[in-house]
Ligand binder design. Structure first.
Ligand code: DUC
Ligand code: ZN
Ligand code: ZN
Length: 470
């Protein structure tokens, strides 16, 4: 089956131009000048022509940080399933997601991955992969890291936060980084100083400060900056590449910037919530409105200009990726902490809106079109071992293609979103631009804003080692 996406403006990380994308079966066969002999030849059989006039034709988005049906606690499981979350992702222009298998203390890495693979099997509407969250670094789990890498799981998340649960001490972190240095795997770091944060949390609660805003006030940006600094230095000692997840604070970005200026393979992602939402306007609200905006790291003070710093980091490549950290909880679960911020499950639902929320940076002039594509598709694919397959529109790559209509105006909110979530952290936000049509491996899964795909279409991605070229 041949599909020709014609009449649009092709946008890749390297630039944009008028071109037609020719899809043969599940891969891209060519990008050709409109009306060229190549397009004419491709269209001679029973090719389907999709008109992209007035639209951008971009590689499908790659969201490398999502949490679908994640049991945060026995009472709180993130509300999007592998099916509902990947369907919403597709509607928003994302065609690949990477979720996490989580190794809890006392459990094995192998079992954690097998469990997640079984849960996702046959359920996803787009292609998916897993990182491994390591909650128990010891001889066996370090050995298991190596076998997972051989099987195509090539990235491992460690935590400097959550003592008593996910936390790794500096020695454990160094040892995992040494394995990454030897093998070429990527270490992803949750960089917040959890020991100091726990002191602040206890002190706040003892004084009766238990509202949502105290979630933010007890996780100050300095403690994200400090942990980021430590992670960078440990990675330098180990000689390993490092990827800082969900970077929210100017203090942390400064550390990444210095490391990159010294030529280190240090990368960081930020998330749309840190670019658009703030502690004053969203977290510091009474009742449900505040706790709906609890995520970790927390939303930061707009007055401290973190957002401006992050946008400039996206522009000048100190920040490499935008992912969502999609981890939605319905009000029933959020309300578990209505009387104490410490009991609120952390996370927001954004998987459907990432491409739109970043495109607003193009609308306002913060980003160029190619940079939008690079941040949302090309670099995340490259850093997580999907180079050549995902995030590009090159011949031979999977035909994951999005037709994005920049002329559509819409408003985000619970009435219109497709995430399995009974509220929206993004309620009322006006957006210019919308995903119109989406191909996943050559199959149309969204046509004219309607989902036409199916659960089970998505395949598990065994990944190569990351390409750490800066
Ligand atoms: N870290 C994440 O990456 N997601 C949810 C909560 C957290 O601490
Ligand atoms: Zn985290
Ligand atoms: Zn996360």
């Amino acid at each position: 089956m041949t599909i020709i996406i014609s009449g649009g403006t092709v946008v890749e990380a390297s630039g944009s131009f008028r071109g037609d994308v020719i899809v043969e079966g599940s891969t891209i066969s060519a990008i050709a000048a409109p009306d060229s002999a190549l397009v004419e030849a491709a269209g001679r059989g029973d090719a389907e022509i999709i008109d992209a006039t007035g639209c951008y034709v971009i590689p499908g988005g790659v969201d490398v940080h999502v949490h679908l049906q994640l049991p945060m606690s026995p009472e709180a499981v993130s509300s999007d399933t592998f099916t509902t979350g990947t369907r919403a992702a597709a509607l928003g222009g994302t065609t690949t997601v990477i979720d996490f298998a989580g190794q809890l203390k006392g459990t094995s890495v192998r079992a954690a991955l097998d469990e997640r693979l079984a849960e996702a099997e046959g359920a996803c509407c787009i292609d998916y992969g897993f990182h491994l969250s390591m909650g128990d670094v010891h001889e066996q789990s370090l050995a298991d890291m190596r076998s997972l890498i051989d099987e195509g799981l090539t990235s491992f998340k460690l935590f400097m936060a959550y003592p008593g649960a996910w936390y790794s001490d500096d020695g454990q972190i160094l040892r995992a980084m040494q394995v990454a240095a030897e093998t070429g795997a990527m270490i992803m770091m949750h960089a917040e100083n959890g020991i100091a944060i726990d002191v602040l949390r206890e002190q706040a609660a003892a004084r009766g400060n238990i509202g949502a805003v105290w979630h933010g006030r007890t996780r100050p940006p300095e403690l994200e900056g400090e942990a980021t600094h430590r992670a960078v230095q440990l990675a330098a000692v180990a000689g390993a590449p490092l990827y800082i997840v969900h970077l929210s604070a100017a203090e942390a970005l400064e550390q990444v910037m210095h490391a990159r200026d010294r030529g280190r393979n240090v990368f960081a992602e930020t998330c749309p919530q840190y670019l658009h939402l703030s502690l004053e306007e969203h977290l510091d609200q009474p009742g449900l409105d505040g706790i709906r905006h609890i995520c970790s790291p927390p939303l930061r003070l707009r007055a401290d200009r973190h957002q401006e710093t992050l946008w400039s980091g996206l522009r000048n490549d100190d920040l490499s990726v935008v992912s969502t950290d999609h981890c939605p909880f319905c009000d029933k679960e959020k309300l578990l902490g209505i009387d104490d911020f410490r009991n609120v499950p952390n996370g927001l639902g954004t998987i459907e809106h990432r491409m739109d929320l970043l495109y607003q940076g193009v609308v306002t002039g913060e980003l160029t079109l190619p940079r939008w594509v690079e941040l949302c598709a090309t670099t995340p694919a490259r850093l997580f071992g999907l180079q050549g397959r995902k995030g590009v529109l090159s011949p031979g790559a999977d035909a994951d293609v999005v037709i994005y209509d920049p002329s559509v105006e819409h408003v985000l909110g619970v009435e219109t979103h497709h995430m399995q979530l009974d509220h929206s952290a993004w309620e009322g936000m006006a957006i210019t631009g919308k995903t119109r049509t989406v191909l996943s491996r050559g199959q149309v899964v969204v046509r004219d804003h309607e989902f036409v795909g199916r659960s089970g279409h998505g395949r598990y991605l065994q990944r190569s080692l990351p390409d750490p070229l800066r």
